[in-house]
Design a protein around this ligand. Structure first.
Ligand code: GLN
Length: 280
């Protein structure tokens, strides 16, 4: 029978196009064997059950076709939580933790911030991470995609003792009431670049990435519309790519926001722009 060690090396050798063949193989094999990665490395000489080996090789064939590891294991770590993900939602990116951290920092300094809307929530990773850190927050997560709202609801029920409100809405269409903060990681990739992302990762949902010609189509709508749904001095936090943050700052200024600033992600790239609704 084939050993864990042999299975790993055989799996990694199938992934000549992946940048991280051994890491991918070890994550997928530990998922199939239902053990931690540490346990996997400690089990090198152990035999792999032929049925599980077959499932592992099937999963590796998927990975060979560029299906992200997270869609194969249906798991993605984000902000210390393990989110369920599949092809209905974008797999959470580490960049987005900057948005969560910025929101938590603002809430820490402004205890009046209680009601938060996470628009274009996808898997729910932003809103659910906020609620998990500060359970007293009232969080609404919205998305145009009913499939994404299903995934968000599932994550919320699994990860939180008090779930978030998950709502299907095309931006603000079905959103009522006011929020002290609106956070969003909307689709912001320029259409031409979406094609390239989807060529290397065809399973990612186009809807979650495509922001039109310059990537800013949704952001252009969200900035003015948020003013109608924010309490006075409320905060808008938007994730974008580094090149877009200057345009976003300009758009916020033009719409009347104050205290505008941009935060960098862990790699030192401009990533999150913050603005406040004026008092009156
Ligand atoms: N940061 C993501 C990527 O480059 C895009 C996320 C988004 O459009 N909201 O893949």
């Amino acid at each position: 029978m084939i050993t864990v060690r042999e299975a790993l090396y055989r799996g990694a050798s199938l992934l000549e196009k992946s940048e991280t063949p051994f890491l991918d193989a070890s994550i997928i094999l530990s998922h199939i064997l239902d053990i931690s990665k540490e346990k996997l490395f400690a089990s090198y000489p152990d035999p792999v059950d032929p049925g599980l080996m077959e499932r592992y090789l099937e999963a590796m064939e998927k990975r060979k076709k560029n299906v992200p590891v997270a869609y194969i294991t249906n798991k993605k770590e984000f902000f210390g939580l393990t989110f369920y993900v599949d092809e209905r939602v974008l797999s959470p990116r580490p960049d987005t933790e900057t948005l969560v951290e910025t929101a938590l920092e603002i809430v820490g300094k402004n205890p009046k911030v209680k009601k938060i809307l996470d628009m274009c929530t996808g898997s729910g990773c932003i809103g659910i991470s906020l609620k998990s850190s500060l359970p007293e927050l009232a969080i609404t997560c919205s998305d145009i995609s009913p499939d994404a709202v299903d995934v968000c609801r599932y994550n919320s029920n699994r990860l939180l003792s008090k779930p978030v409100v998950a709502q299907i809405s095309d931006l603000f269409e079905k959103i009522t009431g006011e929020f002290d903060m609106i956070v969003s990681n909307p689709p912001y990739v320029p259409a031409a670049e979406v094609k390239a992302i989807r060529e290397s990762s065809p399973a990612e949902p186009q809807l979650a990435l495509d922001g039109g010609d310059d990537g800013l189509d949704l952001i252009r709508e969200i900035i003015p519309a948020s003013l109608e749904h924010l309490t006075p001095r409320g905060y808008l936090l938007l994730e974008s790519s580094i090149e877009q943050t200057y345009s976003i700052e300009r758009m916020m200024k033009k719409a009347g926001y104050t205290d505008i600033e941009t935060r960098m992600d862990l790699t030192g790239r401009n990533r999150v722009t913050v603005g406040r609704k004026p008092l009156a």
